[in-house]
Structure formats: C-alpha cells, structure tokens
Design a protein around this ligand. Structure first.
Ligand code: FAD
Length: 421
C-alpha cells in the first residue's frame, strides 16, 4: 500500500513528494493536469521569480503577522538558499535583481525550473500520475484513509493536499481543496483576490491601454457614499500599467488585496506622480518653472514630468486647466490644483478585483487549524496541508513561491516520518 499520497503537482506538492520519498516513504503524486507545475510555468511572466534574497526573518516579515507567525518554523527549516541549491546543484544559474527578486539566468526560465524539480521528484522514486483529478478525500473516524479518483479508491495512510488556490483556473487550480476541507470541518477564511489587476469605472480611454507610469505611488482610498474619497486603505510604490479594463502592474497588484477585502465597500485609486516630493515642493517647483518660462503653455510646463506624452493633456484637464494656457497666466489657485492632481490623480473607482486573474488568492484554510511545525491538520489525523490552499498570501517578489517551497518540505518531512515510523 502507498504510505503517502500527495495531491497536486505544483510548487508545494512537488517539494513535498520529493522530500517524503527522500525520507524513505513510498510516495505517489497525483496531478490533475497532463504535466507538473503548470502554474510555475506562468510565474513571473514565464521567467519565474523563484524566491527573494536576504534573511528568512526579513522575508517572513513581508507577510501579515498571523501568516508570518505560522510560516516561521517552515521558513527556518527550508530557506531561500536551500531551495536555490536544488536548482544550482543541477547546473542552473540564478541572479538577484536590485529589488531582491531572484530569477533563473536567461535563457533558462520557468520551464527549466519545472524540469529540474520534476527530475528531483522522479529520481527520488516518486510515482507520478498525471491526468489524475482527485475528487474526494476519504476519512474514517477522523483519520485519513485515501482519496477517490473517478470510480477508484486509492488508499493511503498519510495524505498531503497541495492543490493550490483558484486563480488562473486553466492551470488546474479550481479551489477543489477548499471544498473538500470545508466538508471535513475546516474553516475556510474568506477567499478574495490578491495580487490582481484592478478593473475601473470609468474604464481608461482606449489609447491609454499599454501606457506605463514608472515609479509612482498608487493609493487606494475608501469611497464615501457621497462619492467623495476617504481614508487611505493601502498604497504601493512602483510601476503602473493602464489596461483596457483599468490598471495593472506592481502598484495595482500591491493594493488589490486590501481593496478586495473591503468589498462591498467602494474604493477609488489615485496616482502620486512625484512620490519623493511633498505637495509644497511640487507647487514651489511649478512656480519656479512657470516664472522661468512665462511663454510656455501648461502642456510644455509638465513635459519634464514622469508622465508619458499621451497622458499629459488628460492630467491637465483633470486639474480643470486648459493645456494651451501660458505659464504667465497660471494663478496660485491653478498651481495648487495642478500640484494636487500631480500628487493625487484620480484614475477611477474600482469596479472589480478579478479573483481569477490574481497571482494568488488570499484566504484559505484557517492557520490555527494546522500545526505550523508539521503542517498536519488539527482536525483530521494523517492529513497535511501546504502551499496556497492555506490562508497565506504574500506580496509580489518571490514570497509566495517561497511559502509553497517551505511548507511543502515540512509537509513532506512530517508525513514521511509518521508514515514509516
Ligand atoms: C500569473 C502568475 C504569476 C505568478 N508569479 C509568481 C512569481 O514570479 N513568484 C512567486 O513567488 N509567485 C508567483 N505566483 C504565485 C505562485 O505561482 C503560487 O503561489 C504557487 O504556485 C502556489 O503553489 P501551490 O503548490 O500551492 O499551488 P500550485 O503551484 O498552483 O499547484 C497546485 C497543483 O494542484 C493541481 N490540482 C488542483 N486540483 C487538483 C485535483 N483535484 N487533483 C489533482 N491535482 C489538482 C493543479 O493542477 C496544480 O498543478 C504567480 C501566480 C500566477 C497565477
């Protein structure tokens, strides 16, 4: 009989299966899709942001405090360096971007990452079954006994559930785990989009689509019932990309979880184009520039702003200024309005944060129902949970894959230990 079954051949599942087999357990890995690691293949736009550089303590702190607390034992048991060794030991070279994000050196990419991980899994003796969608977890008397695949029952003494979340369902992640685990008595913390684009109302004009703003701050605010903007929910610094439905890019992804969690309350988003300058500095600079160039039009005045040409006229119109006005005619009131717009350009009300387009889903199996030292369920004996199925969602930067690698290893370790005892 198979001692350990791992359901889900993604980031967490592959590492769990590999580690359990390495520890001497007989392991079968069941994957719904026709290949392993489908979501890894699309990660980082196919480049795969493997993990983040630095101390694990620093990496852990990027998660919300309850998530950071839960991740502590697994992050120290299997670190970013430990993971990278798995790849570099097989000849892959990796590099660290100035922002700390670690990637394979091109031309190697996500495909090579999956290939290496699959090699580790197979070399360790794991039996891999593809095109094998699990339908149900079988439990008797509070103890795992197996899984159901079609008409067949596959028995096991230890089961690792690593089926991920429910974004990008084409990757095989359709939220199956949450349905099974809720039926078995686990609490599923509210599921919301995270690291997702924002759909806006009104949608940006067609010719803005594809235009990027570099190094700005996107600020999300509560929208009050009278349509005025209210308290800040979240802000994120980085690049912003206009799309035909709204905004995307690191800043949009960075504020998306807080906006999604606040629903059904409305949110608006605004852009600060000069995050390093206070409002007063912007007005002083506008005054000095206008005095030096009295004949320039306002359109000419903002041509050194970090604003693509296509957006300059709309920015001025948003400040209720005529782009053809000469700088000499710019009143103090106009200047303040322009500085206000530069520091907080309203780009729209958030109509939706599409969960299926998010890099991860926030929410999932409640962390206090899982032992963080072993990843074993506190509800069902012999059941281990790892990866995105848990209520964990980190920011962009390689943090989510690291959470999957580390929790997968701990699940594999503990399941194997208990299976072969
Ligand atoms: C577009 C995109 C880009 C991303 N980029 C990055 C990045 O660069 N860096 C980063 O850190 N994170 C990134 N992420 C997030 C990261 O990919 C996930 O956090 C990570 O893959 C989660 O690992 P997991 O093992 O829990 O789930 P997954 O890797 O999603 O694996 C789950 C597996 O379970 C299988 N499965 C599901 N249901 C069943 C079933 N019933 N039976 C059998 N098998 C089943 C699925 O087919 C899938 O293969 C990105 C995500 C997306 C969507």
């Amino acid at each position: 009989m198979t001692e350990v079954i791992v359901v889900g051949g993604g980031a967490a599942g592959m590492l769990a299966a590999w580690r359990a087999a390495q520890r001497g357990a007989r392991v079968t890995l069941l994957e719904k899709k026709s290949r392993l690691g489908t979501k890894i293949l699309i990660s980082g736009g196919g480049k795969c942001n493997l993990t983040h550089a630095g101390e694990m303590e620093e990496i852990r702190r990027q998660f919300r405090s309850n998530e950071a607390g839960f991740l502590k034992p697994s992050f120290y048991r299997f670190t970013n360096e430990d993971f990278l060794e798995l790849l570099t030991g097989q000849g892959m070279k990796v590099y660290t971007r100035p922002d700390g994000r670690i990637f394979p050196v091109p031309p190697t990419d996500a495909k090579d990452v999956v290939e290496i991980l699959e090699r580790h899994v197979r070399d360790a003796g794991v039996k891999v079954r593809l095109d094998c969608p699990v339908e149900k977890i079988l439990v008797e008397g509070g103890v795992v006994t197996g899984v159901q695949v079609g008409e067949k029952v596959l028995p096991c003494t230890r089961l690792i559930v690593a089926v991920g979340g429910s974004s990008f369902p084409g990757t095989g992640c359709t939220g199956d785990g949450w349905k099974w685990l809720a039926e078995l008595g686990h609490t599923i913390v509210r599921l919301t989009a995270a690291l997702a684009p924002l759909y806006l109302d009104p949608t940006p004009p067609d010719d803005w689509s594809g235009v990027a703003l570099r190094d700005c701050v996107l600020r999300a605010r509560k929208q009050n019932p009278d349509s005025s903007t209210g308290k800040e929910r979240m802000h994120w610094r980085g690049d912003l990309l206009f799309t035909h439905k709204g905004v995307s890019g690191p800043t949009a992804l960075g504020v998306s979880r807080e906006i999604a969690e606040a629903l059904p309350e409305n949110s608006t988003v605004e852009v600060d184009l000069y995050p390093d300058e206070a409002f007063e500095q912007v007005t002083a600079r506008l005054l000095a520039q206008a005095q030096q160039n009295p004949k320039k039009t306002l359109l000419g005045l903002i041509d050194d702003a970090p604003l693509p040409e296509r957006l300059r006229k709309p920015l001025l119109e948003s400040a209720k200024l005529d782009p053809a006005t000469r700088c000499a005619q710019l009143t103090a009131k106009d200047r303040n309005r322009l500085a206000n717009t530069i520091k907080g350009w309203q780009v729209g009300r958030v109509r939706a944060v599409p969960l299926e387009r998010g890099e991860v889903v926030a929410g999932g199996v409640a962390l206090d129902e899982v032992d963080s030292k072993t990843m074993e369920s506190r509800k069902i004996k012999g059941l281990y949970l790892c990866g995105e199925v848990l209520d964990i969602a980190g920011p962009v930067g390689g943090y989510n894959l690291q959470a999957a690698w580390s929790t997968g290893i701990v699940a594999g370790d503990s399941a194997a230990q208990n299976a072969v005892e």
